[in-house]
Design a binder for this molecule. Sequence first.
Ligand SMILES: [Zn+2]
Length: 291
Amino acid sequence: MKLACLDVGGTTIKSAVVTVNDKEDLKSYDLGAFSFVPTEASMGFERIRANIHSSVAALVKKHGCDMIAVATAGTVDWDSGKVTYATDALPGFTGYDFAKDLKETFSLPAIVINDATAAAVAEHCYGDLSDRDVVLTLGTGLGSALVKPGVLDCDCVEDLHLGHIVLHKDGYVCKCGNKGCAEQYVSASALKRDSGQNDISLVFTDKRYAKVKADFFDNMHRVIKYAVEKYSPDNVVIGGGVVEIKNLWWNDFVALCGDCAPSVLRPAALANKAGVLGAAYSAMCGKFRNQ
Ligand SMILES: [Zn+2]
């Protein structure tokens, strides 16, 4: 079984072919042809859709895939694979019948799920976690999901929407329309805005950005503390682009989070592959209804 897998974010569209050789053993897989293209979100919905289609077409043509599995930013309806809500990070996506579009365009089965949910599924299945975990993904926005005990399916992965809890009353205007949402402070976009730098590693290495770093840590700590108090997870897993440079900040940050015990803070094990792998796993286990 070969799956054409995509992870659609506000900045990049990642793609890969995931091959599962034994349907009884979903943990044995090969991941190949991993690549990414810019989403070009500022060019509008039709451009994003064209970029998605060409990413899928390249995989299907070259590798002869049997199914399409997509993780995307935004809130996705389990049953239909339709995006019910997306911020302007993906303009025009609210109401986009994503799975149906892929099925009709490529004449293949397709599933579409939320990206933080996909990351949570992947970290849970392949990253060797325990049963109750909160997964945060820091990229263009802040994604969040809770994995609850039980056989993995859509009923035990919950989209937590922590990116839109209000951290700062009258703070920055969020793409959702509210003010002061967490993702305006805890995301790669926030680090770029506050440092004025495109290379976010500078925030953690250049003393000029000490205040940006301190504020980022404080805000992330507040989100984690909120999640720990509300959901009592065994692990809080942090993934997304900011974690790809974790060697620059992880230890400093963990030292701040003493009051978050007994939850264990862990960096995501699968880095930027979590979205595509989680989408593949979900498609294969067939528990997600929008195939
Ligand atoms: Zn918001």
